[in-house]
Ligand binder design. Structure first.
Ligand SMILES: C[S@@+](CC[C@H](N)C(=O)[O-])C[C@H]1O[C@@H](n2cnc3c(N)ncnc32)[C@H](O)[C@@H]1O
Length: 359
């Protein structure tokens, strides 16, 4: 019997196989933007013909879309790794019998750190199938597969005892973006507290703060806005510019800070949920200038005394979060600026009242 994509069994190894049809299927799925499904289709081919060049390339193209490229930069961020390692050692040494839950395993790095520190049981969940599959291999290759079990699921779909033998005693997670909340840490930890963690579980990170600073910077503003260029008015293109934030390194762009850093949010992950918040501030500019952008960053406490930050000047892979203002107002030291910091549980953004209202 020739196997077609409709009759393909879940297993990769199959008896007879219409490779051309599966290649076309993979390509179709890719074109539909279903990159994880495309990768799976190509893996079926590679299961029977591991040298199939078209399938290898197709798989790699699909994975390139599905898996963000920041994983590598993040894994090379030594400060991030060292501080997590230090904090994990401290938490595991305090209770080696703790069942550890790593939410968002990625390569399995933090889960393996917990195992290396002496944890006897670690469950590491990863919501992206290609990443989860790779984590299984990394953990096996490193020889930690007797301690670390990778669950290829979003934590919010996990159950006790289905995926975790019991509620975990130590949560280790690093699901933060440059603006802290963008990977859903608030809702994810709140869900874990309710469904996956023991009542007195240690939560790492346990606190975080977000800071913001007013910035004048033509080069940063240019990353998100155009006007008259090459003899044309390209301004309508700004309809596509980013309304919220993007990541960039403040110190690599010519800029002047127009205020002190301001603390805008303070989260305690042991109690916080993903409810929206707003903080209203009257900011006194420290010098006159054009307010092109709000730069913001976080400080995140892993265990007491061990903090990670992506503040300006720190060479973290997160860089800083930059929100450009579409129409940058002029600000003066004498005139406080009304700045509102908002989040809806996942997206941080800022509103700046028009200059005349802030006088
Ligand atoms: C920033 S990476 C960190 C990876 C790894 N923990 C490390 O520190 O090297 C976050 C990973 O978490 C995964 N992820 C995010 N939220 C998740 C959730 N709620 N459940 C499972 N995986 C999640 C993402 O797919 C991504 O691979």
């Amino acid at each position: 019997m020739t196997l077609t994509r409709d009759t393909a069994p879940a297993q990769d190894a199959v008896p007879a196989f219409d490779v051309a049809e599966f290649l076309a299927w993979g390509s179709d799925l890719h074109d539909q933007g279903r990159y994880e499904d495309a990768a799976r289709a190509y893996r079926l081919i590679l299961g029977v013909d591991r040298h199939n060049q078209e399938a290898l390339l197709g798989h790699n193209r699909a994975v390139r879309h599905a898996v963000p490229r920041w994983h590598w930069e993040m894994l090379h961020d030594e400060e991030r790794a060292e501080r997590y390692d230090h904090a994990i050692r401290r938490a595991v040494t305090a209770n080696p019998d703790a069942l550890v839950l790593d939410i968002g395993a990625g390569s399995g790095l933090l889960a393996m750190m917990a195992a290396r520190a002496g944890a006897r049981g670690v469950v590491a969940c990863e919501g992206q199938p290609s990443v989860a599959e790779t984590a299984v291999e990394v953990v096996r290759t490193a020889g930690y597969d007797d301690t670390v079990r990778v669950v290829p699921k979003m934590s919010t779909r996990m159950t006790v005892p289905g995926d975790l033998p019991r509620r975990a005693d130590l949560l280790v997670t690093e699901i933060v973006d440059c603006g802290l909340l963008g990977e859903g840490i608030l809702g994810t930890i709140a869900h874990a507290r309710e469904h996956l963690l023991a009542p007195d579980a240690t939560i790492m990170p346990y606190r975080a703060r977000v800071y913001a600073q007013l910035v004048e910077s033509v080069p940063l503003h240019r990353k998100n806005h155009v006007g008259k260029l090459h003899g044309f008015d390209l301004a309508p293109f700004n309809r596509l510019s980013t309304l919220e934030y993007f990541d960039s390194r403040l110190h690599r762009h010519e800029h002047r800070t127009l205020s002190e850093p301001l603390r805008v949010f303070d989260f305690d992950f042991r109690t916080a949920d993903a409810s929206p918040q707003r903080t209203e501030l009257r900011v006194r500019p420290t010098s006159a200038g054009r307010l092109h952008a709000i730069a913001f960053w976080f400080e995140m406490d892993l265990v007491p005394g061990v903090t990670l930050t992506n503040a300006p000047g720190v060479e973290s892979h997160w860089k800083q979060a930059i929100q450009c203002l579409p129409v940058p107002p002029l600000v003066q030291p004498g005139d406080p600026v009304a700045v509102t910091a908002l989040h809806d549980g996942r997206h941080v953004r800022f509103e700046v009242a028009p200059a005349e209202e802030t006088a």
